[in-house]
Write a protein that binds this ligand. Structure first.
Ligand code: 13P
Length: 265
């Protein structure tokens, strides 16, 4: 393998370590965790990698204020409604999220698909509305254990990509970050091996190249998620098609989260 070319291709893409706090942290706890992350990132994160913290809605505005002027750390939400506005009690629109200053939004997380019945068709609408309001989607895809065991995981990934994202033109697609999160690895302590993850990431990039061309594919950041921690991150992030991580449990500990981000120093 031409190692020089390989490194160069990997260098074209933004390296991102994103935390997904899920439904954790009350208001004060969230602010203090974020303040620790900001301090540690300032002192210890020295590369070009970018950190994104995806908090519950209640924290967004305050976290954005705390991160003002910080070029290393951005803030994101974990969901957004597909409609512009209206009678959807309890929901939050993309425009509202953007108005807090948040830049990213996780869409299609497996927990949303599983517990809230979110389909690829619905997610296609959410992605469209998020982009319309200048939010960058972190679009999650991944197979269940049953799908992997029945050897349909490539088909599942392929249709999640096609049905969720291929309505976008190349310009809009370029704003999307992909997160591969095998459902069987989320919160289980069972991480995909670096070879398993690389195999799927390479497949995702190949699919994107077939749809949008090689250049778009080479510039798309594809993150791995599922029981990532400071111990396994170095090997995962060393894979040619893995551009960072979407971190659940370990993002609730500032030390662990920063150590994962530091893998790209
Ligand atoms: P864990 O890192 O806790 O396995 O969660 C991964 C995840 O779902 C991130 O979105």
């Amino acid at each position: 393998m031409d190692h020089g070319l390989w490194t160069k291709t990997k260098d074209m893409r933004k390296k991102i370590v994103a935390g997904n706090w899920k439904m954790n942290m009350d208001y004060e706890e969230g602010l203090s965790l974020f303040s620790e992350v900001l301090n540690m990132a300032h002192d210890e994160v020295t590369g070009k990698q970018h950190i994104v913290v995806c908090s519950p809605f209640i924290h967004l505005h305050s976290l954005v204020q705390m991160a003002k002027g910080n070029t290393k750390v951005s803030v994101g939400a974990q969901n957004a409604h597909q409609a512009e506005s209206g009678a959807f009690t309890g929901e939050t629109s993309a425009k509202m999220i953007r108005s807090t200053g948040a830049e990213y939004v996780i869409l299609g997380h497996s927990e949303r698909r599983q517990y809230f019945g979110e389909t690829n068709e619905l997610l296609a609408k959410k992605v469209y509305t998020a982009l319309k309001h200048s939010l960058k989607p972190i679009f999650c895809i991944g197979e269940t254990l049953q799908e992997r065991e029945s050897n349909v995981h490539f088909d599942v990934i392929k249709s999640q990509l096609a049905e969720g994202l291929y309505h976008l033109d190349a310009g809009h697609f370029g704003q999307v970050v992909i997160a591969y999160e095998p459902v069987w690895a989320i919160g289980t302590g069972v991480t995909a091996t670096s070879a398993q993850a690389q195999e799927i990431h390479a497949f995702i990039r190949k699919e994107i190249a077939a749809k949008y061309g090689q250049e778009v594919a080479d510039h798309t950041s594809i993150l791995y998620g599922g029981s990532a921690n400071p111990k396994n991150a170095p090997e995962l992030f060393a894979q040619p098609d893995i551009d960072g991580g979407l971190i659940g449990g370990a993002s609730l500990k500032s030390r662990d989260f920063t150590d994962i981000a530091k893998v790209f120093n």
